[in-house]
Design a protein around this ligand. Structure first.
Ligand code: FES
Length: 188
């Protein structure tokens, strides 16, 4: 085998360590490589998570909304409108919309809840005390308070009834929006 030239001369760290020993520079090099890797992992994983998470499947949202703290405070036989702000998250964009429901009870125990948008084109309807019905001023739609059925006007289907639950005296509604202007109830 040829003798190494002066420029090829073996450096101490290139020499094979004796069995069971490691030189100081090699040890420090390994330690710094491992710690650099751990640091990159610690910084990189959360950063990657922040970047990717909006693209991951969304968690199911809890769309039950508390609309009354105490059933005892709700008038019997008189519908009451409750407004609330609903927050939706779409990727990085958060949107807030003002929504509402109409609550109605005949006995203070069982409740009806209707989405507050008219099923025709989405206008807000009101309680017509004289006619004892709901009235939509946009195109004179009229609905029965007890059932939500269309009594008059162009709405293509009854009011959109929502699920209601009473939990420890508070009233919760599972809020949903539906496509407007069609006879079928389709969640939008
Ligand atoms: S939006 Fe209510 S009747 Fe047209």
């Amino acid at each position: 085998m040829d003798e190494p030239t002066p420029t090829q001369k073996l450096q101490p760290e290139d020499e094979a360590p004796e069995t069971g020993t490691i030189d100081r520079r090699g040890f420090l090099h390994k330690v710094s490589t491992v710690s650099a890797g751990l640091t990159a992992l610690a910084v990189g994983v959360p950063a990657a998570g922040a970047f990717v998470s909006p693209a991951l499947p969304k968690k199911p949202t809890d769309d039950w909304i508390k609309v009354a703290d105490d059933v005892a405070l709700i008038d019997v036989g008189e519908p009451v409108r409750v407004n609330f702000v609903k927050t939706d998250q779409d990727a990085w964009i958060e949107t807030r919309t003002l929504n509402g429901v109409w609550l109605f009870t005949e006995d203070g125990e069982k409740f009806k809840a209707y989405n507050a948008k008219c099923t025709h084109l989405g206008c807000s309807y009101v309680h017509d005390k004289e006619k004892k019905s709901f009235y939509c001023p946009c195109h004179r739609g009229q609905f029965d308070i007890k059932t939500g059925k269309v009594m008059d006007g162009p709405p293509p289907r009854p009011l959109d009834e929502l699920e209601v639950e009473v939990r420890e005296s508070a009233v919760y509604v599972r809020y949903r929006d539906f496509r407007l202007g069609i006879a079928e109830r389709v969640v939008s």
